[in-house]
Design a protein around this ligand. Structure first.
Ligand SMILES: NC(=O)c1ccc[n+]([C@@H]2O[C@H](COP(=O)([O-])OP(=O)(O)OC[C@H]3O[C@@H](n4cnc5c(N)ncnc54)[C@H](O)[C@@H]3O)[C@@H](O)[C@H]2O)c1
Ligand SMILES: O=C[C@H](O)CS(=O)(=O)O
Length: 480
């Protein structure tokens, strides 16, 4: 496997650019430098926005067929270079090579779906004569692109979450400026490579690497940027929303996902699904299982199964095919998770598994008896730590599941249809998975949350509408 990715360029309005100052990209597993990217400046970002205006004009004039062909070729490129993309994700991020391969395949699929949705981005006729006095009017609306989309993306899915912005953005005829996470810019550069290879016209796409503090505000505050499509933490999202001014906003934010396990559930299936949902990507997943509410009569049976599943999780080197769980994105984050675990124990919690850290690695951790007002119960841990709670019945589980300022997705395991449907009605989230953990998504479904988990929905068919506007055409005619 490639250990060194080396010096990379950034894409400024379709041109590959170097800078005298570079930012080192480090492998979280050993903190070794694996590559560098340009340290983009505020003036680089300003130039990207200025040229993006011409890019938006170019993009809007691309026919639907041209957009479909570019998107299809980009997806083909990603698939043809799957291993290179996957190694890039695994080296710069915290995913194992198997998790990285899966993300790469999903990213290609997201772009391919975008090509399909370009074809379906239509309007409809309007019956103006539904109102008296309008029998001489006919008309319709069609959709047109918003203009320039600022795509700001997180470290944990460094390729597919860019695909969810660049795919629908280009399908709708927009220019796109990507500001990738500082920790994982190399995957964004690879995505730009795919679109340049696919023949995307100049100025339509920029990937500006650099520190958020240097280049973020210029992008967010520019009156020429028409939409901010942000994926990241709730605090960052709120900060961006306050600076954005009058722009379209898409906010895919944090979570603290609950799963309910009823006594009538298949406990083997529930334990296996929750362990995967809790520890995949070392818990650095917006859908990670963080809280599990188990009806008391099944608590001990579920607990023993879940602890066995946790013990079976293999932590190790990301590039090993046998590894289930890699490191966190850096040692600083690992120390934060370790501190949250320590605080939970100080508050009365007990550790049933894990609880230890080595460098950027935190062992898969299971906590019990943690009070509901503890930080690790209320906030997003974004690490391999999961909390078990005993509840008397479904109503208590639903109430406590909802008692946080997040609402992305939840899961419930039960064989009782009434309980499943009641949970789907009463859980205040964007998605309820029945007999599955919260960590389930296909890239074509509507995806997003309520409360502190965000605004709007991604999933290509839904994002493409948020990245375009309706224009009514109404004409009068005379019955000559
Ligand atoms: N809802 C979803 O679809 C989804 C998906 C993945 C991750 N997330 C969330 O993302 C978070 C983890 O990712 P992260 O640590 O990269 O998030 P983050 O909020 O720290 O950073 C996200 C992006 O915002 C940029 N950024 C940070 N401060 C900024 C500023 N002031 N101005 C402009 N840009 C700024 C970062 O450089 C990065 O590109 C978690 O909360 C996770 O739940 C949500
Ligand atoms: O981290 C959050 C991701 O959006 C979840 S998924 O990887 O897209 O399923």
């Amino acid at each position: 496997m490639a250990e060194q990715i080396g010096k990379q360029k950034m894409l400024l309005a379709g041109e590959w650019v170097e800078k005298s100052e570079e930012i080192e990209v480090r492998n979280p597993e050993n903190n070794e430098v694996i590559g560098t990217v340009p340290a983009g400046s505020a003036s680089d970002m300003k130039q990207a926005v200025e040229l993006g205006r011409e890019g938006a004009e170019t993009a809007s004039n691309l026919s639907v067929r041209e957009r479909m062909d570019i998107l299809t070729k980009a997806a083909d490129y990603i698939e043809a270079h799957l291993d290179t993309f996957a190694v890039t994700i695994a080296m710069e991020g915290s995913k194992t090579i198997n998790e990285a391969r899966s993300e790469t395949a999903r990213a290609a699929e997201t772009i391919r779906i975008s090509a399909e949705e370009a074809r379906r981005l239509t309007g409809e006729s309007i019956n103006f004569d539904q109102m008296p006095g309008n029998t001489d009017r006919m008309g319709y609306y069609f959709r047109f692109p918003v203009g320039i989309i600022a795509a700001i993306t997180p470290f944990n899915d460094p390729l597919n979450l860019i695909a969810h912005k660049i795919g629908p953005g280009i399908a709708a005829g927009n220019a796109v400026i990507i500001k990738p996470a500082t920790e994982t810019p190399l995957s964004a550069v690879k995505m730009a490579e795919a679109f340049m290879n696919a023949g995307l016209p100049p100025k339509v796409l920029s990937v500006i690497t650099g520190r958020a503090g240097d280049i973020g505000d210029v992008l967010i505050e520019s009156p020429d940027v028409n939409m901010i499509s942000f994926t990241g933490g709730m605090e960052t999202g709120e900060s961006i929303a306050k600076k954005a001014g009058l722009k379209r906003l898409s906010m895919e934010l944090g979570s603290n996902s609950p799963v309910i396990v009823r006594a009538d559930a298949d406990l083997d299936a529930a334990a296996a699904s929750c362990a995967d949902g809790a520890f995949a990507a070392a818990g650095q997943n917006c859908l990670s299982v963080q809280r599990i509410y188990i009806e008391e009569e099944a608590y001990d049976s579920f607990r023993s199964r879940f602890l066995q599943e946790t013990a079976d999780v293999k932590t190790g080197s990301k590039l090993s095919e046998d590894t289930d769980v890699g490191p966190l994105i850096n040692e600083k984050e690992a120390k934060r998770v370790e501190r949250w675990i320590e605080e939970a124990v100080e508050a009365g919690g007990t550790i049933a598994a894990g609880g230890t850290r080595s460098g950027a690695y935190v062992d898969p951790t299971v906590l019990e008896n943690v009070p509901d007002d503890a930080l690790i119960v209320k906030e997003e841990v974004f690490g391999p730590a999961v909390l078990l709670f005993k509840v008397k019945h479904l109503d208590e589980a639903i109430k406590r599941s909802n008692d946080v300022n997040y609402g992305l997705q939840a899961g419930i395991f039960t064989t009782n249809i009434n309980a499943a449907l009641k949970a789907s009605k009463k859980l205040h989230v964007g998605g309820v998975m029945i007999n599955d953990s919260s960590d389930f998504r296909i890239d074509a479904m509507p995806f997003g949350g309520v409360k502190g988990s965000g605004l709007g929905r991604e999933g290509v068919e839904y994002a493409i509408k948020e990245m375009s506007e309706e224009r009514i055409v109404a004409f009068k005619w005379t019955d000559e």
